[in-house]
Design a protein around this ligand. Structure first.
Ligand code: HOZ
Length: 427
């Protein structure tokens, strides 16, 4: 079966949408073929307009932890829909979701809902600047925190995939306020902190990095950041847009037992609808308007449909053994893929946390941006195409995470392993 309809749609899209897509990572540019256009999704599968069925490991880049179109989410949304889609006024649903988030992330003493992870991060940084009265931000090379101006410096995800980690359109005057350190290297942070005394408002980090591929924090890294920030009065921001409610209900903060001053969330807390949230210590969040002088607002913030999908998702994630089950699936898949790659004599590294992983085509170890970049993107592109031919839909870049959902069955996992083995043979 060909991809005639997708290709036709892509050409039409190119006439009306930049690059034919509404977010660059969807464009398959690193693969060199037009993207598939999706018609529908159910459980672990997505279906394109040409009638192909794929086992999906993109999962909308993380939110679909329960699988697509989960019957309980669909039912909750159907019930909510006739009540109206947006009021621009407070609702009980916002209070309920914020309470659930606060319970899972006790460091988020106050929580503000927004409409995307990017918005959450932009706002958290504004609060950190407003609270400390300092201008500068330390981020880590290869971490991606959405497309806010201050964060598109040495950024991961699509920015790395397309070779533009520093975006055009960001005034030098603003970019100079972002300093970049090396992931898993505390020394690089200490150097910046002493180079810019009393100027660093915040350190922002993905505590489990997912946007240069998956990279885990080494022992002592997050603890070290906590210590440096405490000593220097710097706000420590954890971007848990990917890791939150995925790697554990309470995200990386639950796993590593470290409290951030501020946390950014998105993806899963909207159950597949557009949502973000930021929150943190009361003293910091008290700066947010209407309490304080840091202005941040949004017409669709706390949208009732998004809140409904988020609440239902979090309720379902409270069921027993959810994370154990997800962790087992992740381990099974990664161990079997590793066995196949080893048998074929391929240089590879797999980094994984519960619910997500990356297969890097490099001997590794992959512990930061530099080592992630030693992977072979051409080999990845070939692998991607071979997998797609066998009905497996992967993130179309070496520098992204594969997302596993609770809907992936043993059969799905075994089919994926077989497909990997066959693809490895052809590389
Ligand atoms: N953080 C996601 C990719 N790593 C976002 C998806 C997007 O940029 O479209």
């Amino acid at each position: 079966m060909g991809r005639k309809k997708s290709i036709g749609l892509y050409h039409r899209a190119l006439e009306v949408i930049p690059g034919g897509v509404n977010s660059p990572v969807r464009a398959f540019q690193a693969i060199g073929v037009p993207p598939s256009f999706i018609e529908r999704a159910k459980g672990s599968k997505i279906f394109d307009v040409d009638g192909h069925e794929y086992i999906d490991y993109v999962g909308s880049w993380g939110p679909m932890i329960l699988g697509h179109a989960h019957p309980k989410i669909v039912a909750a949304l159907k019930k909510a829909l006739p009540k109206g889609t947006s009021y621009g006024a407070p609702t009980p649903l916002e209070v309920e979701l914020a309470s659930k988030v606060k319970k899972a992330f006790p460091s988020m003493e106050l929580v503000r809902m927004v409409s995307s992870g990017t918005e959450a991060v932009m706002s958290a940084i504004r609060v950190a600047r407003g609270y400390t009265g300092r201008p500068n931000v330390i981020k880590f090379e290869g971490c991606y925190h959405g497309h806010g101006d201050s964060l598109l410096v040495k950024a991961g995800s699509g920015a790395t995939t397309f070779g533009i980690p520093d975006s055009l359109g960001i005034p030098e005057d603003l970019a100079k306020h972002t300093q970049t350190a090396t992931y898993n290297d505390l020394e690089s942070v200490k150097i910046l902190v002493s180079q810019y005394p009393e100027q660093i408002a915040c350190v922002i980090v993905e505590p489990i990095a997912g946007n240069m591929g998956v990279v885990l924090p080494e022992r002592g890294f997050l603890e070290g950041l906590r210590k440096i920030c405490d000593e220097r009065g710097i706000v420590l921001i954890f971007d848990e847009v990917i890791s939150g409610f995925r790697t554990a209900y309470g995200g990386a903060q639950e796993i590593y037992k470290i409290k951030a001053d501020m946390t950014c969330l998105g993806k899963i807390i909207g159950g597949g609808l557009p949502v973000g949230a930021y929150g943190g210590k009361r003293a910091m969040m008290d700066k947010v308007s209407p309490l304080g002088g840091v202005y941040q607002a949004g017409t669709l913030s706390g949208n009732p449909l998004a809140m409904t999908a988020g609440i239902t998702t979090l309720e379902l994630l409270r069921a027993k053994k959810v994370y154990q089950d997800l962790g087992k699936k992740t381990l099974y898949l990664t161990e079997k893929i590793a066995e196949c790659a080893e048998e074929r004599g391929l240089p590879f590294t797999i980094n994984q946390a519960t619910g997500l992983f990356t297969l890097f085509f490099t001997e590794g170890p992959v512990r930061d941006y530099r080592t992630a970049k030693t992977s072979n993107p051409k080999r990845f592109a070939q692998f991607f195409i071979e997998m797609m031919k066998q009905g497996i839909y992967l993130p179309p870049s070496q520098f992204e995470a594969w997302f596993i959902s609770l809907a992936h069955t043993q059969k799905d996992l075994d089919r994926t392993i077989e497909a990997c083995d066959a693809a490895f043979k052809r590389l």
